[in-house]
Design a binder for this molecule. Structure first.
Ligand code: GLN
Ligand code: ZN
Length: 776
């Protein structure tokens, strides 16, 4: 530790906290309100009660300053849109009729109006509602929610700091509304927005705020000089306002880079910076700009996005260095704790040997308090905590769970050749053609068939012990029979078993791999009232036994046509889990890839000729800064090739990705060397087919011709039209016919009709193709 000398009192704080309550009370109240079983008054009371008990808990845990305003009935970016009056025209009537119902109309749509679009909050698994702006947008300050929550916290006698989405980030996250030209840049509205923010800040000051935090995470991404200038202007103007609280500008998820000197120079009283993971570079950058003399630095040294205990000794070293770089240093999480579950102590089923490595929101809060105490009073004040932390960390390093010599040896023995198919693509393609005997424009689906109420009931009954494994398996088998029979009747060429046994495409595999843990209460908000329980990838990964072979083989036994095996790829397995932080993700991905490689081999041995490895998360896991992308794409594609590279030339490897903005990763897609890739394309009218053709993508492509995100049933003419557009870009020898994505969220009636139309379209277009010239 560089410094153990007592500093001025360091305050402990967080940027935000999970909203749901210990028993997901908020979800229940909001959904009850939607159903009409909970009144607006009761919803309001539940929410206020949750906020109160959360602030009390944080204060009791020793936080010196609690955050306010981050609570939300649905999403904090939507709350920001309300705060600045950016209500799209189509939602205005609903908002005027009733503010709460109008709010939910923006979030979820109504019978008559579509909701705001939803997308991922940076590279987290939280989704926000995208503000819709245009040249006619008129902002108006509506600080009511912020001031009310501040008053609630102050009434408890607590030091409270309102947290708002900053104006620059708000505009950078916005999109042109539906009637606005695509090239409209929301940032041009900055001058209109700033006075509204100034008004909100003044209202918060009047309500008793000493400090207000403005979150600007969008500034950690690569930004043009124009954007950086806009940020400088924004904080010059807000900082220059007469009647304002002290301003703390926060950034997180990565280092600020060129935005750091901009914010360091701005006339604000403090910055909050992330010092974890890839953001650790902020330390050096801060020194390079001469620190923040006379200002407050809120140091995010406790990672707000993982579930692991902090290395307190290392954090104290960082904090000690920072002491010399700012007027005062406070201790915080790197970002809002919204992204982690509430309380690791609620996990009674996790082996205590492993539980001691876990830190959820409550444990992270305690770590922050400990660090602030250590920073203020010297390490002597936290000797016991430091010793316990060292022991916990050592138990992790020395554990057979985190270090399985067999897994390590296998990973170390990987050669470049393991990640390469044994034959070139043209050879493979010929071998697969001969082996599979598929027609031109073969039809297939992406994997899942409707997850019916009966399937969910069967799973619940199995969990509750009301039916045994045998009875459950019978139901799964019956479902597979139905799915296979339907596909045969419909005339689909490459069948699937329908994934009825899978609750979730990541969890299913996590439950079957050693090294993964499940939590019982580890809920994290995905969007609105949807919460997920991501599995925890805690140790070295191995596969004790085959995971999918049984049902795939069963499905294949029911038909002469090829049944496609279905696996979730290594990048997606990591992206939708909490991943260990004690080794590089590349290493972890390689272990998952090796486990999948065994599964792929076993499927092939069991007679599966077509195997799909889904990687919908490949694009969304892309690092926020472009400088970090090549390294990520290198390990991500290597892991995919390691999983799939060991098969025979005549075994056909498919992959699937949902999202269709592929510009940034088109090279990486090529590097996967999959024989067939299926993608979402129906809504964008097959645009992605053209993009792939433009870069000379050499292998087979299945751009979706059926938009599965909508209950609409496309008729055969519509599907045929899309298919012909696909043919403009991709030759018939390399074009597949399939839906955009899995069918699990759809109903059987829609799926039946849509797939029948899809097959009819394929036949019609196939029949119209020129007779093939004979090839050798
Ligand atoms: N095979 C999966 C399914 O069909 C793929 C899902 C996805 O792309 N997200 O459900
Ligand atoms: Zn998909």
């Amino acid at each position: 530790m560089t410094s153990t000398s007592a500093a001025a009192t360091a305050r402990a704080t967080v940027h935000g906290y999970p909203r749901q309550g210990p028993g997901r009370e908020l979800k229940k109240a909001v959904e009850g309100y939607w159903k009409g079983t909970v009144t607006a008054g009761a919803l309001h009371d539940t929410a206020a009660g949750l906020r109160r008990s959360q602030w009390r808990q944080l204060a009791d845990a020793g936080l010196d300053e609690v955050p306010t305003g981050g609570f939300s009935y649905y999403d904090h970016v939507l709350d920001t849109s309300v705060m600045v009056g950016a209500i799209p025209a189509r939602h205005r009537a609903a908002v005027e009729a009733d503010a709460l119902d109008g709010y939910f109309a923006m979030a979820r749509g109504t019978r008559d109006v579509t909701p705001l679009e939803m997308t991922k909050w940076f590279d987290t698994n939280y989704h926000y509602l995208v503000p819709e702006l245009g040249p006619d947008t008129v902002f108006a300050a509506d600080p009511g929610k912020q001031t009310a929550e501040l008053r609630e916290a102050l009434a408890l006698g607590l030091a409270a700091r309102p947290v708002l989405v900053g104006p620059v980030t708000y505009l950078l996250l916005a999109k042109p509304g539906p009637e606005v030209p695509d090239d409209f840049d929301p940032l041009t509205l900055l001058d209109r927005l700033l006075p509204v923010y100034a008004e909100v800040l003044a209202a918060l000051r009047a309500a008793g705020a000493e400090w207000v935090q403005l979150d600007e995470p969008a500034l950690v991404q690569d930004r043009t000089p124009a954007v950086l200038n806009a940020a400088a202007r924004a904080y010059r103007e807000l900082g220059g306002a007469a009647d304002r609280p002290k301003l703390l500008v926060a950034s997180y998820f990565d280092r600020l880079g060129k935005a750091l000197p901009v914010l360091a120079k701005a006339p604000v009283e403090g910055l909050a910076l992330d010092f974890t993971g890839t953001a650790a570079g902020n330390l050096e950058d801060l020194a390079a700009v001469g620190g923040l003399p006379g200002k407050r630095l809120v140091a995010g040294v406790v990672n707000g996005r993982n579930v692991w205990i902090n290395d307190l000794g290392a954090s104290l070293t960082t904090l000690g260095t920072l002491l010399g770089l700012a007027g005062r240093v406070d201790v915080a999480s790197s970002c809002s704790l919204l992204h982690v579950p509430l309380d690791a102590a609620a996990e009674r089923d996790i082996d205590p040997q492993i539980a001691r490595w876990l830190a959820f929101a409550r444990q992270k809060t305690a770590e922050i308090v400990t660090l602030a105490r250590g920073l203020t009073h010297g390490t002597g004040a936290i000797t016991a905590e430091l010793a316990a932390n060292r022991a916990d960390l050592a138990s992790r390093t020395g554990s057979p769970l985190t270090h399985d010599p067999a897994v390590r040896a296998r990973a170390a023995a990987v050669t470049e050749a393991d990640g390469r198919r044994s034959a070139s693509y043209p050879e493979r393609s010929a071998a697969q053609r001969a082996h599979l005997g598929l027609p031109l424009l073969p039809t297939t689906t992406i994997g899942s068939f409707p997850q019916t109420g009966e399937l969910r009931t069967a799973r619940a009954e199995l969990r509750a012990g009301r039916i045994d494994g045998e009875a459950y398996d019978k139901r799964i088998a019956a479902e597979i029979q139905e799915v296979i029979a339907f596909q045969e009747r419909a005339g689909i060429d490459v069948l699937v078993h329908g994934e009825p046994e899978r609750n979730d495409m990541v969890q299913y595999f996590a439950e079957r791999l050693t090294g993964y843990l499940a939590t019982r209460h580890g809920w994290v908000q995905s969007y609105g009232t949807r919460y997920v329980r991501p599995p925890v990838l805690a140790g070295d990964i191995s596969r004790p036994e085959p995971m999918t072979v049984r049902w795939t083989r069963y499905a294949q036994s029911l038909t002469e046509r090829p049944v496609k095996g279905m696996l979730t790829g290594p990048v997606t397995m990591l992206a939708w889990s909490f991943v260990r932080d004690d080794q590089p993700r590349a290493e972890t991905a390689r272990q998952v890839a090796l486990a999948l490689r065994e599964e792929v081999k076993d499927l092939e041995t069991a007679g599966t000729s077509v195997i799909q490895v889904d990687e919908p998360a490949l694009r969304e896991t892309l690092p926020l800064r472009s400088a970090d992308r090549p390294e990520y794409l290198a390990w991500a594609t290597e892991a995919f090739r390691l999983a799939t590279g060991g098969v025979r030339p005549d075994t056909q490897i498919h992959t699937h990705m949902c999202y269709a903005e592929f510009g940034d990763i088109i090279r990486a897609i090529d590097d996967l060397d999959a024989d067939v890739i299926s993608l979402e394309a129906a809504r964008s009218h097959m645009q992605v087919a053209g993009e792939l053709a433009a870069v000379g993508y050499p292998r087979e492509v299945g751009p979706g011709v059926y938009d599965i995100h909508s209950p609409r049933i496309p008729d055969a003419a519509e599907a045929a039209g899309l298919l012909r557009r696909g043919l403009d870009a991709i030759p018939a020898e390399r074009l597949w016919v399939n839906p955009d994505c899995g069918l699990k969220t759809r109903g059987w009636a829609e799926v039946r009709a849509s797939l029948e139309n899809l097959v009819a379209a394929a036949r019609e277009v196939r029949d119209g193709l020129p007779a093939p010239t004979t090839e050798s």
